[in-house]
Design a protein around this ligand. Structure first.
Ligand code: RIB
Length: 302
């Protein structure tokens, strides 16, 4: 049995680097291109595994070259491939990512392919992994009814559940009562809160809103402003790492944060220590190109 169980997607990231992001109708020349492993769920699983946690990953890929990239990734990172479904019908998902070379910011389109086809029944075949893990981590890049079903399973067991509500999409209010840690970035938090979040005070108000909805802990990541934590006992902000001039690619930074949060919680770190650790891991991931490939190992953190 694993300490952390992640349910989510794998896609192959096609990343294009350029001096700026193109505007509507514009064609520009790129300065670099690479294909590598991505998908929020898979990235988060890799992040936690590289930090020394015992991780299982539940997902679906296609029977193709991109699917092989996923299998190779799990082999290299000590993740059991038995929990990966292979579709004969759908191709492995892909993402088109445009990255601004100057500051590492990006714009992403994800075509989920096979990853969107995982069913509740397929999740149920590995329900023991969800009910027996210490931390269950998931996102919104697969069908929402499957995500909700899995969150309910996590609650049946004793797992701490983390929902990284990305990409921001409408979810049923029912979701919130099954979430121990709700981890939007500021843009996603604005979507769920319905108001702008530009400072800690606004993040605090959003946190209060999420707690009222039923989540136990609200953790809003704020890019270069760090993160804001709230629960019914306390709330506080934490600064980001100072990375001036070192940021190459922010793709997967949120995934690094969530994977590290899961790893810290699984290791029973105290919440402030855990969040500082996640901020550090996330910051370090932006100093390398790619998503899963940029996730740091324990040796990189120290
Ligand atoms: O969070 C970053 C990830 O989002 C990328 O790897 C891309 O695949 C998209 O799913």
């Amino acid at each position: 049995m694993s300490d952390i169980c992640v349910l989510g997607n794998f896609v192959a990231d096609n990343s294009f680097y350029a001096k700026h992001l193109p505007t509507k109708g514009q064609t520009i020349f790129g300065t670099g291109y690479q294909v590598g492993p991505g998908g929020k769920g898979s990235n988060q699983a890799i992040a936690a595994a590289r930090l020394g946690s015992n991780v299982s990953f539940l997902g679906k890929i296609g029977d193709d070259a991109n699917g092989k990239m996923a299998i190779d990734l799990y082999k290299k990172n000590n993740i059991d491939q038995k929990t990966i479904y292979i579709s004969k019908e759908y191709p492995t998902g892909v993402a088109g990512i445009m990255i601004n070379k100057e500051d590492g910011t990006n714009a992403i389109i994800v075509y989920p392919g096979a990853s969107m086809e995982i069913t509740k029944e397929e999740v149920d075949k590995f329900s023991n992994l969800i009910t027996s893990c210490k931390v269950f981590l998931t996102q919104l890049e697969i069908k929402t009814d499957v995500t909700l079903h899995a969150l309910k399973l996590a609650k049946k067991g004793n797992a701490v559940s983390i929902l990284n509500p990305a990409p921001a999409i409408t979810i049923d209010d029912e979701f919130f009562k099954y979430i121990d840690c709700f981890t939007p970035n500021e843009t996603e938090a604005e979507f769920y809160f319905g108001k702008k979040i530009e400072n800690y005070e606004e993040a605090k108000l959003a946190g209060e809103f999420f707690l009222k909805k039923g989540v136990k802990n609200s953790i809003i990541t704020l890019g270069d402003k760090g993160a804001y934590f709230s629960n019914n006992e306390t709330n506080f902000s934490l600064p980001a790492l100072d990375l001036k001039g070192k940021v190459l690619d922010t793709t997967g930074a949120g995934d690094a944060f969530n994977g590290a949060l899961a790893a810290g919680l699984e290791k029973k770190m105290e919440i402030k220590e855990c969040l500082n650790f996640a901020i550090k891991v996330s910051g370090i991931s932006t100093t390398k190109k790619g998503a899963a490939d940029a996730m740091p190992f324990v040796k990189d953190i120290n």
